[in-house]
Design a protein around this ligand. Sequence first.
Ligand SMILES: *[C@@H]1O[C@H](CO)[C@@H](O)[C@H](O)[C@H]1NC(C)=O
Length: 406
Amino acid sequence: MVVALQIKFVLILSLLALINADLRSTDSSLLEDATLDTFSIVRKYGYPCEIHRAYTEDKYILEMHRIPHSKDCADVAEPRPVVFLMHGLLSSSAEWVIMGPGKGLAYILSEAGYDVWMGNVRGNTYSRNHMTLNPSSSSFWKYSWHEIGYYDLPAMIDYVIKETRVPKIHYVGFSQGTTTFWVMASTRPEYNDKILSMQAMAPVAYVGNAKSPLVKAIAPFTNSLERLFKIMGTNEILPNGKVNELAGQAICLEEAMTQILCTNLLFLICGYNGEQLNSTMVPLIVGHTPAGASTRQIVHFGQLYNSKKFVQFDHGLISNKLKYGTFKPPAYDLHAIRAPIYLHYSDNDWLAAPQDVDRLSREIKTVVGKYRVPMAKFNHIDFVFAIDAKKLIYDRMINIMALFNK
Ligand SMILES: *[C@@H]1O[C@H](CO)[C@@H](O)[C@H](O)[C@H]1NC(C)=O
């Protein structure tokens, strides 16, 4: 079993070695963005940016980034529709800006007249703070994306609504940023009333049909993985930091073999599409991901893959009974979701497979639109990093959102 796993792993690595990124062409001004934080990147390109902090009921301190209006906006006083962007697993608010003005969704929405807010979930680069717990303690990391949906999203959304004084906001989520929305909207249905429209990119709830070779290779070991993490005392998955900076810069500039080093967990899990991934931008993606997550987030997704269900974290029979009152973890009640939902998906998505998106769209009663990206090879991370993401997804999304703005 372990040997088989290793063989698969080597296969994946060799596959990744085929990424023929021409990293030498990335100039130094652009390379700088691999090390700047979201706030500094946005300011560097001439957009206004603000930092805000939201406090969750369970005392995590979350940092949000806001682009209140576009670059040359004279009439700042005019009320703007508000959009909240929620990043994916192992990622952060940087996801929406590293591709640069004209490419990154945050800038595009800003130019379209939106007041753009970008969340950061507990445990990532920007949200490693808690009122009493330290990220070096294992108690800090005892959460999965369930807690992110149940505590983090409501805290951030309430903050945004209070600060902007609008009754409702648009929600745009990518990958885990959609999972956490389903958690919130099903476990705290009152939050449906605060959402104008929910744009779900690469929607993830059911993952039974995920094609990712790494997910398939690791899923059978999900439960042993958690034990292993416990023994190793590891509660955090690969935080972003010095190692990443090195990989994003010096090592990535070298040829062939060493480039394997810059292919990181994000690419391992999600795959990549050579046609839509701008190789010049790879060092920037590597510089900002993985941005930190708890091991439980990964284990929880592994459980979903194995069970083919969309359910709460499985703690084991006895602990489940104590926590949930049932031996099996309860399913999320997708029928409770009432906000208008738009699903954007693609055929070659290694994580959000079309069959799984279909199933999700049958269970949520308020799916208004379901859009398949018209490009066969379009993969998971292409939703945020693809060369043609604007043309293929964002333009339509913005047209849909406009229907809700009065
Ligand atoms: C790739 O990124 C570089 C740097 O931002 C840019 O100059 C180039 O036009 C991009 N290529 C494509 C095909 O979009």
